[in-house]
Each structure stands twice: as C-alpha cells, then as structure tokens.
Design a protein around this ligand. Structure first.
Ligand SMILES: [Fe+2]
Length: 224
C-alpha cells in the first residue's frame, strides 16, 4: 500500500478518494456528531463515549420523514454557535435520513405525534450499527408535554437548541440550556415539556435494551 501523500489530494487518485470518503448524509452527520461531543465544555461520562470513535458499519435503510421536521428551520435559526453547524447539517439533509416515532396518538394525543420524532444515528436499528450504544436526536415542537416515562438503559440528553424544561424523578421541572448534560440513570422516570419554542436535543443510551419502548409511568421507586 502506498504511503499517504497529501499531494494526491489534487490528483483525484485512489488515496484522495479514501481521504474524502465522508460523503453520505449519515456519514457527515456522524462526523459532526462526534466533533460536537468532543468539543462540549461539560464532559459526557466516558462510558457513553466508548466505541463512538471507532469505524462503524452503515446500514442501508428506507428513508422516513415526519411532520415534526418542519421545526428544524426554526430550531436552526435559534441555534447557538456551538451547535449551529451540526443542526444545519441535520436540517439540510433531513430528507436523506430515517426518522422514527416510538409512540402513537393513542399514547399522548395527536398534537404530540405531529410534533415529535427522533433520528437514531447509531444503534441496533439506526444508520450505523452498534449493540453497545444508541445515539441520535430528538425533536419536540412547541407546546409538547412528554410525560413521565422510564427505561432500563441509562441516558444522556444534551439540548442543542430551543427551549424546554426537564423533570427527573419526583423533582420539579427545570430549564436546561443548550450544551448542558442531563443524565437519567437506569429506570429513573423523566419528563420534558416545551413552551413556545421547539427543542432539538442529542441523546445517548447505554447499558440496557437499546430499542426498548419506554414504560409510560413514573418508576415505582424514585431516586430523585
Ligand atoms: Fe429517556
């Protein structure tokens, strides 16, 4: 194998194509996702980051869109500098990604369904394969209440843009700012609600079934 040679960048040679292999929307998003996490001033626990930097196998998935994607432009317009590039990438390539919903209108009503969705970038069913971690994005439109729920996996949320209040266990709803790290331990219930602004948040799951449907109820014993 020939050594790396920057001069190949101008030749269109094979080495150049290898260097430029980040070309698909999910690949570009994964790169930006890693860069954002790496630049956070508040550290994410390292157990959530193990393996995130490794090469990942991409899946060939059928694209799926959602009504809540209409909020991405407003979210991008309000993004702080730290997350603006990541959000712009997400907004610009929204139609080349696979968006999902765990719930139906029977769970939380039609307004919730019309204003809620997630993108699994990494995980057991997302754009990149992992059995150890799930990672992606959550959108909540304005006026949404995501009631108390819990799951076995422990979870990190990092709000990227927009405004929301978060509640953990029996605690009060608290406003968290973009870039702050919110941790939900295993099986501790949590809830979110938005006001007049939509929310975009990054999430990470580990240590439990990565495609588990949340239990929609407060946990029986609350640690908070
Ligand atoms: Fe959760």
């Amino acid at each position: 194998m020939p050594p790396r040679n920057p001069s190949l960048a101008a030749t269109g040679g094979r080495e150049n194509r290898r260097e430029d292999r980040v070309t698909t929307a999910p690949e570009r998003l994964l790169q930006a996702f890693r860069q954002y996490l790496g630049a956070l001033s508040e550290p994410v626990p390292s157990r959530f980051l193990e393996g995130l930097g490794e090469p990942m196998q991409a899946r060939d998935l059928a694209l799926r869109t959602l009504d809540c994607l209409a909020h991405l432009d407003r979210i991008a317009a309000s993004a702080p500098p730290e997350s603006h590039g990541l959000i712009r990438l997400l907004a610009d390539h929204r139609d080349q990604l696979v968006w999902g919903q765990t719930y139906t209108a029977a769970d939380f009503g039609q307004h919730f369904i019309d204003n809620y969705g997630w993108l699994e970038l990494i995980g057991t069913r997302g754009h990149f394969e992992s059995e150890e971690i799930a990672a992606g994005f959550l959108i909540l439109g304005p006026g949404v209440h995501y009631p108390d729920h819990h799951h076995a996996a422990e979870e990190i949320y990092v709000p990227l843009a927009g405004e929301a209040e978060w509640r953990k266990g029996n605690g009060s709803f608290l406003r968290w700012q973009p870039g702050e790290v919110i941790h939900h331990p295993s099986n501790v219930s949590h809830a979110m609600r938005t006001g007049s602004e939509p929310l975009l948040a990054l999430y990470l799951w580990r240590g439990g079934p990565l495609a588990q449907r949340s239990v929609i109820a407060p946990a029986e014993t609350e640690a908070f």
